[in-house]
Ligand binder design. Structure first.
Ligand code: ADP
Length: 811
């Protein structure tokens, strides 16, 4: 630090003494640490003090023309110099002088002859006190400036009696203080502490005195005097005040010599605080009395406050959960499928923009329970910021009631549907029964029943089958209703299941110009574990409807599989058609038991309304479900979902997909089949081997159209017996692949090994439902001449007949 700066930062001392030697001695002691001014008379002392405003004055008492008492009185009466602490330097050591000095505002005494150390310490002490005073004064000023609205009055007390509230002390009130209380002058409100005590509210007295005494008696100066009390104005009104005080000067033992302070009227502030408190209480009361759950939520979604009802609704404890935010009470997704956090941002932004928003929301309590609510968000101003007041109405009960009503409605609907069903059912059953009974009677009456016999029997058979279908449906639904339907899971192959479904449904196209499409891909699993029969029933029911209610266009069957997390497989299937479609209002009735919709439009279409109800129940038993989209007049799409067990990773592959698609029905093929002209092969005979009588019937009927002889046997062994020994009878054998006991493959090998030329050369054609793709070669390698997939395609059969049976030389 350079010397100039050093000088500037020094405190200054004015030394006043008529004895030059004393001045020089004091200068010697103080010079190194202080800037020292000197005056040799009272007058020049006042002049120098006014001019230089020293930090401290060392004042000799006894001086010729103007003594120390006069000097200090003059200094204290000037605004400029009144705060400069004065230390008396005196040879006298009488109590009376000291008292007189103190009464005039002396800060301390130094007695002559003085030791340099004592002078240094006394001066130093005063400097310290001075600094403290300045700091306090600064604080008070700051406070005053920052509280422009507040009035501040000052007081000052020169301590004479060590009891802080003794009337002996020289107390002074600023005029501002009198003004504040409504008094006019010293007569009205004297410069005594008693004047203050008289106005102090009796209830506040003890506290105030105690605080004052505590400050006063803590000689370390650390206990602050800072207290609120009520004072009575002259007009009798009580107002609130803040009293601050600080000791400006202490003697060497620390006993206060001068205490000063400020008093502020804080009534307005107090009233505002009380009002805010009251407002808050009122708000809380209103919040808590509300039957809605209310929360205050900040812009960053923090929950600022909960009403009592909100604490109940959200299952929070209130205080500890104050760190939680909106997201903590919402599930990952809302029922609409959107992420709660995204949707919340959107809705809150809207509420902040527009000031008000109303919507439904699904909450999730901290214990996991879901709570549907109706929410109203209102933007409000709180502590200078925009926040949201959120009101939530618990919809749990209401939803439960709606659900009850819905169930009751469904039950009612189902009852109505049941009556309708009974009516339908009797009609549906009577019609085929009529045919059966009527035609049988007719035939019995006929003299020659063989006339029209075939025709009548066909009609009876159709009616019987219809009746059987009805009875099966009724049995199914009653089994399901009685909870008696059990699934029989087996390992099955998806290509075979699809093949069966396709072939069965192709017949349903009848003569309608419909294209049957297949939407599957090679990644479908090859085999699965599940109730194959029931799955077929499910898909067939839906496909059957599609064909039933479609007059032209396309029916598509789609299937895809998706692995579920637990190793199972979700099988998704859909059936879409370009049929009559379903009215919006009928959609919900679709899956109700016995519900047949659009009775008018369906007048000509037979049905009981049980199919979809059974289908729905079956999908549910398989953990899945069914849904529908439809446009009236344009078509419908039914989607199914069921759970199956996975058994291997093998997929069906591209080849099988190609082959399956080959079977799906295309208009042109159907026309070609219809126009097929079959040759008359009455010279030929064939043997059909199949364990299923139905399959034998079909094969017999189809081959019979070629007018050839068709013999049927039900096992491989019988086939071998037919070929073994004797003359060659058959031109070809149609051999089923899968048969109990001996399968087609083994039977063929045995026939070939019989040794005769007949047995070794007779064309054997494999008939199989299972061999979809790639197996043709296997059959050819195993003694078969050809391969025919079931269900038998008329065109494929024709080409086989043409190649292996027809002998043009015999025609
Ligand atoms: P039904 O035996 O009468 O066909 P379902 O339960 O299978 O009974 O079907 C119920 C009703 O749903 C049908 O009567 C029909 O009105 C309607 N429906 C079903 N599938 C279709 C479809 N693919 N197109 C149009 N209407 C359909």
């Amino acid at each position: 630090m350079n010397e100039a700066m050093d000088e500037a930062s020094k405190n200054s001392v004015l030394v006043v003494d008529d004895e030059k030697s004393n001045i020089l001695a004091l200068m010697d002691i103080l010079k190194p640490d202080y800037i020292v001014y000197a005056a040799t008379s009272g007058h020049s002392a006042i002049e120098t003090a006014e001019k230089h405003l020293p930090d401290i004055i060392l004042l000799d008492i006894i001086m010729p023309d103007m003594d120390g008492y006069e000097v200090i009185t003059a200094l204290k009466s000037s605004e400029k110099t009144q705060d400069i602490p004065v230390i008396f330097v005196t040879g006298l050591n009488s109590i009376g002088d000291e008292e007189k000095g103190l009464a005039l505002g002396t800060a301390d005494y130094i007695t002559k002859p003085f030791s340099p150390a004592i002078v240094k310490i006394r001066v130093q002490n005063q400097i310290k006190l001075l600094e403290q005073f300045r700091a306090n004064k600064y604080e008070i000023m700051k406070y005053k400036l920052s509280n422009d609205a507040l009035k501040i009055a000052l007081w000052d007390m020169d301590v004479v009696n060590k009891d802080p509230v003794s009337p002996d002390n020289n107390f002074a009130w600023s005029q501002e203080f009198r003004n504040m209380l409504g008094f006019s002058d010293e007569n009205d409100f004297p410069n005594t502490i008693q004047a203050f005590i008289d106005q102090l509210h009796p209830e506040d007295r003890e506290r105030t005195f105690a605080a004052f005494a505590a400050h006063f008696n803590d000689y370390s100066g650390k206990t602050p005097y800072d207290i609120e009390y009520r004072l009575k104005l002259k007009n009798g009104e009580y107002r609130h005040f803040l009293g601050l005080g600080t000791t400006l000067r202490r003697d060497s033992a620390g006993i206060p010599l001068r205490v000063a302070g400020a008093v502020m009227d804080i009534t307005e502030k107090k009233q505002m605080e009380e009002k805010a408190l009251e407002d808050e209480e009122r708000m809380r009361l209103m919040l808590d009395a509300m039957p809605l759950a209310c929360r205050l939520i900040s812009r960053d979604y923090k929950i600022i406050d909960y009403s009592k009802e909100a604490i109940n609704l959200f299952g929070v404890t209130g205080k500890e959960d104050s760190l939680l935010e909106f997201n903590n009470f919402s599930p990952e997704l809302q029922p609409c499928g959107r992420k709660s956090s995204d949707l919340k941002n959107e809705l809150f932004n809207k509420a902040f923009d527009e000031g008000y928003l109303h919507f439904e929301w699904l909450y999730q309590k901290l214990d996991g329970e879901f709570v549907p609510c109706e929410i109203t968000l209102v933007r409000v101003r709180y502590k200078g910021e925009d926040i949201i007041a959120e009101y939530s109405r618990d919809l749990r009960e209401q939803k439960a009631v709606i659900e009850e009503i819905r169930k009751a409605e469904i039950a009612e609907e189902s009852n109505k549907a049941k009556s309708q069903f009974l009516a339908n059912m009797s009609h549906e059953m009577r019609t085929p029964m009529n045919v059966i009974v009527g035609l049988t009677d007719l035939m019995l009456e006929e003299d020659d029943p063989s006339v029209n016999l075939k025709n009548n029997l066909e009609k009876i058979s159709t009616a019987g089958n219809t009746l059987l279908g009805l009875i099966n449906d009724v049995l199914d639904i009653s089994k399901i209703e009685a909870g008696k339907l059990e699934l029989v899971p087996i390992r099955y192959e998806l290509p075979s299941l699809l093949n069966d479904i396709i072939s069965l449904n192709m017949i349903r196209i009848e003569d309608k110009p419909i294209t049957f499409q297949l939407d599957i891909n090679e990644a479908l699993p090859f085999s699965l574990l599940g109730d194959e029969l029931r799955i077929k029933q499910i898909i067939n029911n839906v496909l059957n409807n599609a064909f039933k209610y479609t007059q032209q266009g396309t029916v598509t069957l789609g299937m895809s599989c998706e692995k579920s997390g637990d190793g199972d497989v979700w099988m998704h299937a859909y059936v879409s058609d370009t049929g009559i479609g379903i009215r919006e209002e009928d959609m919900k009735k679709l899956f109700i038991d016995y519900g047949q919709v659009d009775i008018q439009a369906n007048r000509k279409i037979e049905g009981t309304g049980l199919g979809l109800a059974i289908t729905k129940r079956l999908t549910e038993i398989m953990d899945g479900g069914i849904s529908v989209e439809s446009e009236y007049g344009k078509g419908s799409t039914f989607r199914l979902r069921i759970r199956q067990k996975s058994v291997s990773d093998k997929t069906i592959g591209a080849e099988i997909v190609k082959n399956l698609r080959r079977y799906s029905y295309v208009e042109d093929k159907r026309k070609a089949a219809k126009n097929l002209v079959r040759p008359d092969l009455n010279y030929a005979s064939v043997l059909v081997v199949d364990d299923m009588p139905n399959n034998l019937d079909v094969a017999k009927a189809l081959l019979g159209k070629y007018k050839m002889r068709v013999d049927c046997v039900a096992s491989g062994q019988e086939a071998i017996d037919c070929i073994n020994g004797g003359e060659p009878v058959y031109d070809a054998i149609f051999m089923d692949h899968m048969m109990p006991g001996m399968d087609g493959m083994e039977a063929t090998a045995k026939i070939r090994s019989l040794g005769t030329e007949y047995a070794m050369t007779i064309p054997i054609i494999a008939l199989t439902a299972n061999a979809i793709a790639g197996n043709e070669q296997m059959f050819l390698n195993n003694g078969f001449q050809a391969f025919l997939a079931k269900p038998i395609n008329i065109m494929s059969l024709d080409s086989i007949v043409q190649r292996w049976i027809r002998d043009k030389s015999k025609e």
